[in-house]
Write a protein that binds this ligand. Structure first.
Ligand SMILES: *[C@@H]1O[C@H](CO)[C@@H](O)[C@H](O)[C@H]1NC(C)=O
Ligand SMILES: *[C@@H]1O[C@H](CO)[C@@H](O)[C@H](O)[C@H]1NC(C)=O
Ligand SMILES: *[C@@H]1O[C@H](CO)[C@@H](O)[C@H](O)[C@H]1NC(C)=O
Ligand SMILES: *[C@@H]1O[C@H](CO)[C@@H](O)[C@H](O)[C@H]1NC(C)=O
Ligand SMILES: *[C@@H]1O[C@H](CO)[C@@H](O)[C@H](O)[C@H]1NC(C)=O
Ligand SMILES: *[C@@H]1O[C@H](CO)[C@@H](O)[C@H](O)[C@H]1NC(C)=O
Ligand SMILES: *[C@@H]1O[C@H](CO)[C@@H](O)[C@H](O)[C@H]1NC(C)=O
Length: 565
């Protein structure tokens, strides 16, 4: 087991003067101590005090990981302000387990991932109000600068769309789903003749015109008696019977849809021409002969590896509570002519986690036979990466209990370049500077500049520090030439200047408004900063003072348990 050393220091001696950079991001590697003081260990930062992503426990991390960043939509802890989308760097080395981006504007995100929209990679997710096993919300698309480019609800459903699916097709349409209460005769399943069900609807929506291209309703096509769910206690207007529980929809190039329904134990192929069911896989009315090893229950996230050839399908087999020893990802061989299903590979994590709800299996590069797979354990706070044969390369956990979890977890390549400025904190007594930049993926080094208040234009480069993670601490106590103002410049791997922090003396922050040999700093963007009166201008450069960030932002946490179907 090769784990990166988090206590190790990185010496960046690119110049004559050296600075010692420490990782501020925290990571646990011991199951014994993880969560010793809290069931939900968080990471915090000096330069970004409002952010509080989960601290990760990594119990395995080996060579052979696929390139890319890890995407989780944090749910749980009702009342917390930290139910937000998070991107983590899980590459081997000093940045393992460090935050890359978190979006505080979006709560209870589901299905947070990277998808192509208008030919470019975008961040996409659902956010809104979580109900009991479904949701009322809308769908978000952000570009690589984290700007919102689209936000929509399903046409005809003003209460909002559901959490379970948001996939953008090759034609830039969106596949989304809706849990829609409907009156129904439930006598065939032992309920009332005037009962209520959740109809599970999926729509294909043209994102740009906001028009529905296709709508499908489970209740129009699937009988109540096909369900494994029990009506007992449900079936009323206040508690409609969730007989189908749709949780994934994908569309193939022939125009047909693949739908997973949890409490039917079934994957359906739906005709794009008329909505008829082309076949059922597994469940009470299976059209397929399924090998025992390939049988699944309460599954999620059924999709073709290649939706043109349609010979291999992946899904997350949650398994039945009390029967299944653990939940597993399945790669299945599917013969649609002879209607057979065989197991190719099973994927599990080291602790053999059983996830009663949610979860997903992602072939990280579906074009490659030898791709690694990424598995999210849904209602349990685990994710794992395996090689194509299922051998585990990465095992991670992001909460001690399932008070914090993520509907799905993915790995994707992602380049983010935020329009905000990078952030700085500085403790004058210790001469320690802290740098971070929420969402910036290209920063390799932080260059530290200093100047006298009385001579502000003459910012001098005093040292360079390797970026150790989300936040980099730079000890300036032994760096020669330190003056009372400090600021940082973010530099890419090829030396390009990406952005500048404000200048600070540890008490106030200053926007450098004149270049004079330096690059001009844009508007101050330290998110917690309160704008105050400008200080007197000085020489060629003009510095505007702003007051202290709110360092001690206390986030009240209410402890609660979210169980989500
Ligand atoms: C961590 O320890 C707990 C209790 O000892 C055990 O149940 C769990 O499986 C362990 N998890 C991992 C990731 O090893
Ligand atoms: C899209 O349709 C929904 C529901 O009909 C409506 O509320 C929304 O305003 C529409 N958005 C646009 C951009 O037309
Ligand atoms: C429904 O009830 C039956 C019989 O009690 C039980 O075997 C089955 O597991 C229940 N199904 C669900 C989804 O709870
Ligand atoms: C994309 O549009 C083409 C042309 O209308 C159609 O044939 C194809 O099925 C569509 N593909 C998807 C995935 O929607
Ligand atoms: C799917 O298979 C077809 C036919 O073999 C191939 O042309 C295509 O590139 C494959 N798609 C992907 C995404 O690998
Ligand atoms: C995915 O795999 C294909 C086939 O091996 C390869 O051509 C392509 O470069 C890979 N994509 C990435 C992003 O690694
Ligand atoms: C599985 O793949 C890994 C990495 O490609 C390899 O090291 C290992 O030997 C393989 N295991 C088996 C059982 O084939």
């Amino acid at each position: 087991m090769a784990l990166p050393s988090r206590d190790g220091v990185i010496l960046a001696c690119l110049l004559l003067l050296c600075a010692v950079a420490h990782a501020i991001d925290t990571l646990s590697t011991s199951n014994d101590t993880y969560g010793a003081s809290s069931d939900t260990p968080w990471q915090t930062y000096q330069s970004a005090p409002r952010l509080k992503p989960p601290e990760l426990l990594v119990t395995k991390a080996e060579q052979g990981l696929e390139d890319g960043l890890v995407f989780v939509g944090i749910n749980g802890e009702p009342g917390s302000t930290q139910n937000v989308p998070c991107i983590f760097d899980m590459s081997l080395g000093p940045r393992m387990g460090s935050l890359v981006w978190t979006g505080l504007d979006y709560t209870e995100p589901f299905d947070f991932k990277v998808q192509s929209y208008k030919g470019l990679p975008h961040l996409t997710f659902w956010a809104g109000q979580l109900m009991n096993g479904y949701g009322h919300g809308s769908y978000y698309i952000l570009d690589r600068s984290y700007a919102l480019v689209a936000n929509f609800t399903p046409p005809g459903f003003p209460e909002g769309g559901d959490v379970h699916e948001f996939t953008i097709t090759a034609n830039d349409t969106a596949l989304i789903d809706i849990y829609s209460p409907k009156q129904a005769d439930l006598t065939s399943i032992g309920g009332a003749s005037d009962g209520w069900i959740f109809d599970c609807i999926f729509q294909e929506v043209d994102i740009t015109t906001n028009q529905t291209v296709f709508t499908w309703s489970a209740f129009d096509h699937v009988d109540l008696t096909e369900s494994y769910n029990n009506v007992s206690g449900a079936g009323t207007q206040s508690s409609p019977f969730d007989y189908f529980h749709i949780n994934s929809v994908y569309k193939d190039p022939a125009g047909d849809y693949l739908v997973s329904a949890r409490v039917m134990d079934t994957v359906y192929k739906i005709s794009g021409k008329d909505g008829s069911i082309m076949w059922r896989m597994n469940g009470k009315k299976s059209d397929f002969q399924i090998d025992d090893a390939a049988k699944f229950a309460f599954q999620h996230d059924a999709r073709w590896i290649n939706d043109t050839t349609q010979t291999r399908l992946t899904l997350f087999d949650n398994g039945a509570t009390g029967t299944a020893k653990y939940s597993r990802g399945l790669l299945l061989d599917v013969d649609q002519t002879f209607k057979t299903v065989k197991l190719v590979t099973e994927f599990a994590n080291g602790p053999r986690t059983f996830a009663q709800f949610e979860g997903n299996l992602q072939p990280i590069n579906a074009s490659s036979e030898t791709t690694n797979y990424f598995i999210g354990f849904g209602s349990q706070p685990f994710f794992t990466e395996t090689s194509s044969n299922g051998s585990i390369l990465l095992d991670a956990k992001f909460s001690k209990t399932n008070q914090v979890n993520s509907y799905r977890a993915y790995k994707f390549p992602w380049v983010g370049s935020p329009t905000t400025n990078p952030d700085i904190a500085y403790t004058k007594d210790e001469a320690k500077a802290y740098f971070s930049w929420n969402g910036a993926t290209e920063v390799e080094n932080w260059v530290v500049y200093t100047a006298d208040m009385a001579n502000s234009p003459a910012f001098v480069n005093i040292t360079t520090a390797y970026r150790t993670g989300f936040e980099t601490e730079v000890d300036l106590s032994k760096v020669a030439g330190l003056k009372n103002l400090v600021r940082g410049e973010a530099i890419s791997g090829d030396g390009t200047s990406l952005g500048w922090t404000d200048a600070t003396d540890g008490t106030s922050f200053f926007t450098v408004e004149d270049a004079t040999g330096l690059k001009r700093a844009a508007e101050s963007a330290t998110p917690t900063m309160i704008t105050a009166t400008p200080s007197p201008t000085n020489g060629a450069a003009s510095l505007s003072a702003t007051s202290n960030p709110v360092w001690a932002l206390v986030v009240a946490m209410s402890v609660g348990l979210i169980m989500f179907a």
